[in-house]
Ligand binder design. Structure first.
Ligand SMILES: Cc1cc2nc3c(=O)[nH]c(=O)nc-3n(C[C@H](O)[C@H](O)[C@H](O)COP(=O)(O)OP(=O)(O)OC[C@H]3O[C@@H](n4cnc5c(N)ncnc54)[C@H](O)[C@@H]3O)c2cc1C
Length: 443
């Protein structure tokens, strides 16, 4: 093995954990971790939370300090974007024409923030949020306070940015397309709880509201023009004919803004894989052991669409815990260990005084019965999604130390009576224990 070179393209969390695991598992060949950003690997969740709010220092988001990688003999090359991958020759090419040969390759190229698709997205004062540089710039824009901040998108990142922006004393408007925020992620009932949280904290949350364009003067943002209902219906036609969306009266309302943040999702960085001829769908397609259709080439993290044995289909997960755990698992697979990755998707959020963890299979939860335990009005509760008598997802809001039990409950696939889940006097451990003891309970 000593002479082998394992290269990881993408120095984010997934790539860093993979490099770490290669060494921890005794791989003694060359390990190279290549990153487009001029940074050592860092974690992104704080970029819309404590780092943005100014309560965490830059060094606290590093996965490891630079010396650690040197001590592990992991070659980290920040600011080194790979521009081409030649599968036959097992070769990577850089922008300056330099090349690097690999024996095994892991693609952990992550995702990029989706830019505003209409006019005005490039004006000064319009922010995307993906990198620590983005977050630092946004922090500088929010810090003075008393600014008019418009957040386009009421997803996790949009809502977290809204909370941080309010924390600096800005006027904040959030524009979202669904009836309530987060409806696709956690359903209308939980979405309504987040809506109330934001309104209680002074956010002007406007749902079922689209943005037609971002307006500016002298190259700087001045506001966003909302879509009218009619505008939404005819936007496609008007664009096709190359005309604007009507007279001033017919056009939508303008919301004035000093700062605009675009939080409308992310797109997986699949270009390298696609150009090389790897199979790509929603992300780079891999099996449950992170193997692409090319021997010796693996993919993991936000960029990978991984076969999930429990769901029976591919799933691309854009969450921190996936990068953390799957990064390690992909390294084991690179070392030819038997791997079948079937972690339950997990994510968390912090907004104002609400902290939340969620574990589960969102798609199975869609038509499930929602069962609450605790006090929703005080925003201190657990929620379980029960489908066919089994818990398929669970969430804890301002209640801590229970998420492992929620995961055990989901994994066990035991049948549970919703009234038992509702009963706050019954510990989750006792529910799991009792069901396991009861003959046939798990079937
Ligand atoms: C602001 C923000 C807040 C978030 N909050 C949460 C949260 O609260 N909870 C949660 O669960 N998840 C959260 N996430 C998601 C989580 O951060 C991601 O799931 C995680 O970062 C994915 O890690 P990754 O290593 O797969 O990809 P990334 O972190 O995207 O890293 C990929 C790296 O590869 C580099 N790269 C791309 N192409 C090339 C190339 N050709 N050559 C070299 N390098 C390349 C990129 O520049 C990047 O540095 C958040 C994300 C963001 C942006």
């Amino acid at each position: 093995m000593k002479s082998e070179t394992y290269v990881i393209v993408g120095a984010g969390l997934a790539g860093a954990r993979a490099a770490e695991a290669l060494r921890a598992e005794g791989f003694d060949g060359r390990v190279v971790l290549l990153g487009e950003e001029a940074e050592y690997p860092y974690i992104r969740p704080p970029l819309s939370k404590d780092y943005l709010a100014g309560t965490s220092a830059r060094h606290s988001i590093d996965v490891h300090q630079a010396e650690w990688y040197a001590g592990q003999d992991i070659e980290v090359l920040p600011g080194r974007a790979v521009t081409a991958l030649t599968l036959d020759a097992r070769r990577l090419t850089f922008a300056d024409g330099g090349t690097l040969r690999y024996d095994r390759l892991l693609l952990s190229t992550g995702a990029a923030a989706r830019p505003f698709p209409g006019d005005g997205g490039d004006l000064a004062g319009v922010h995307l949020l993906r990198t620590v540089g983005d977050s630092t710039r946004l922090k500088e824009a929010l810090e003075p306070g008393r600014r008019r901040v418009v957040v386009v998108g009421a997803g996790w990142i949009g809502l977290e940015v809204a909370a941080a922006a309010r924390g600096y004393g800005n006027d904040v408007t959030v524009l979202g397309q669904g009836a309530v925020p987060l409806e696709r992620a956690v359903g209308a009932e939980i979405g309504a709880i987040f809506a109330q949280l934001h309104r209680d904290n002074g956010v002007d949350l406007r749902m079922e509201t689209g943005v037609a364009e971002i307006l500016g003067a002298d190259g700087r943002v001045t506001g966003v023009r909302l879509e009218t209902a009619a505008g939404r219906a005819t936007a496609g036609e008007a664009a096709a004919e190359g005309v604007g969306s009507g007279t001033d009266e017919e056009r939508g309302e303008v919301v004035p803004a000093d700062v605009v943040v675009i939080g409308i999702g992310a797109t997986p960085n699949t270009r390298l894989a696609l150009d090389a001829g790897l199979e790509v769908a929603d992300g780079i397609v891999v099996d449950a052991a992170f193997r692409t259709n090319e021997p010796g080439v693996y993919a993991v993290g936000d960029v990978a669409s991984v076969f999930h044995p429990v769901l029976g289909h591919h799933l691309r997960v854009e969450h921190w815990a996936n990068a953390e755990n799957a990064g390690r698992a992909a390294a084991l697979s690179m070392l030819d260990r038997a791997v079948s990755y079937e972690e339950i998707p997990y994510f968390y959020t912090d907004q104002f005084d609400l902290g939340m963890e969620y574990s589960g299979y969102g798609e199975l939860a869609r038509d499930a019965e929602l069962v609450f335990r605790g006090d929703r009005s005080a925003r201190e509760f657990l929620a379980f999604w029960v489908a066919d008598g089994r818990v398929v997802a669970g969430m804890n809001v301002n209640v801590w130390g229970v998420n492992d039990s929620v995961q055990t409950l989901i994994r066990s696939r035991i049948r549970v009576d919703p009234s038992v889940l509702r009963d706050g006097t019954r510990s989750l451990e006792s529910i799991i224990g009792q069901a396991v003891e009861a003959p046939g309970a798990g079937s």
